[in-house]
Design a binder for this molecule. Structure first.
Ligand code: NDP
Length: 248
């Protein structure tokens, strides 16, 4: 285990799988205490045990990012345990792609709630602690679709574009207080994200598209996020668009 992040505390949402899980492991391997947030408690407990077995430090806090009480509990448990929050990786997300006409209201609402509203609400809950510390790093997972739109994805595209705009706006408000904000925009990454696409035809189309290239692995994004948060305090990497080499 390295030491660049020794003494730092990182909350990672969506830590039960994919990019969040890989990121939590990577930050822990550099010395950060990681707070693991997602709904699947067993997955979080397994990951916490793995990290602790490797001499890292982890705290699992089951969290539904759409619930205000869960968000408050996540922040309280983190500050009770560690007294600070240095890094917030807003990674929880889901991508239930459908054509707008076929989408039900619940799908539209959940997509915005998880990908955007949850991220905004948790950040709002964490920023006061970072302001007190006069330092902190917020890393938001947007997507390539925040820049290059995909079809059958009105709700997801809008949420991810919102994540980018929220991050850039947040920076205007808090950069002068020592808080950095980064937006990560991955292209295709091999994770569970496609499993929740309700429309079988759209799902098969995306799977074919992703299968036609060598997709990124969660570790590729984890390495990028780790690079972003290990820069010196005066360096704020605002935005990273990272795609498979053959995704053009
Ligand atoms: P996964 O499906 O593997 O991970 C999604 C994570 O989000 C899970 O840990 C899940 O945990 C969590 N999550 C979902 N809903 C909630 C909720 N209501 N409350 C708390 N946590 C929740 O996908 P990825 O790792 O690929 O996705 C991570 C992020 O990366 C997402 O924001 C996604 O949009 C973004 N992204 C992914 C790309 C890709 O190609 N994979 C490309 C561009 C961006 P649980 O179910 O336990 O709650």
């Amino acid at each position: 285990f390295g030491s660049e992040l020794d003494g730092q505390v990182a909350i990672v949402t969506g830590a039960s799988s994919g990019i969040g899980k890989a990121t939590a492991k990577s930050l822990a391997s550099r010395g950060a205490s990681v707070v693991l947030a997602a709904r699947r408690e067993d997955e979080l407990d397994d990951l916490a045990a793995q990290i602790e077995d490797g001499d890292g430090d982890a705290l699992a806090v089951p969290t539904d990012i759409t619930g205000d009480d869960d968000i408050d509990t996540l922040v309280e448990r983190t500050t009770d345990e560690y007294g600070r929050i240095d890094i917030l990786v807003n990674n929880a997300g889901l991508m239930p792609l459908t054509h707008i006409v076929d989408a039900d209201r619940e799908t539209l609402q959940t997509t915005i709630d998880v990908n955007l509203t949850g991220l905004v609400t948790l950040t709002h809950a964490v920023v006061p602690t970072m302001l007190e510390q006069e330092s902190g790093h917020v890393v938001n997972l947007s997507s390539v679709v925040g820049r290059y739109l995909q079809a059958n994805s009105t709700h997801y595209n809008a949420a991810k574009a919102g994540v980018k705009t929220f991050g850039d706006s947040l920076r205007l408000d808090v950069a002068s207080e020592g808080i950095r904000v980064a937006t990560i925009e991955p292209g295709a990454v091999s994770t569970e994200l496609l499993e929740h696409i309700p429309d079988e035809e759209i799902k098969a189309g995306i799977e074919d598209h992703v299968g036609s290239m060598q997709a990124l692995e969660p570790d590729d994004i984890a390495r990028t996020i780790t690079f972003v948060v290990t820069q010196p305090q005066h360096v704020d990497i605002n935005e990273v668009l990272i795609r498979p080499t053959d995704q053009v």
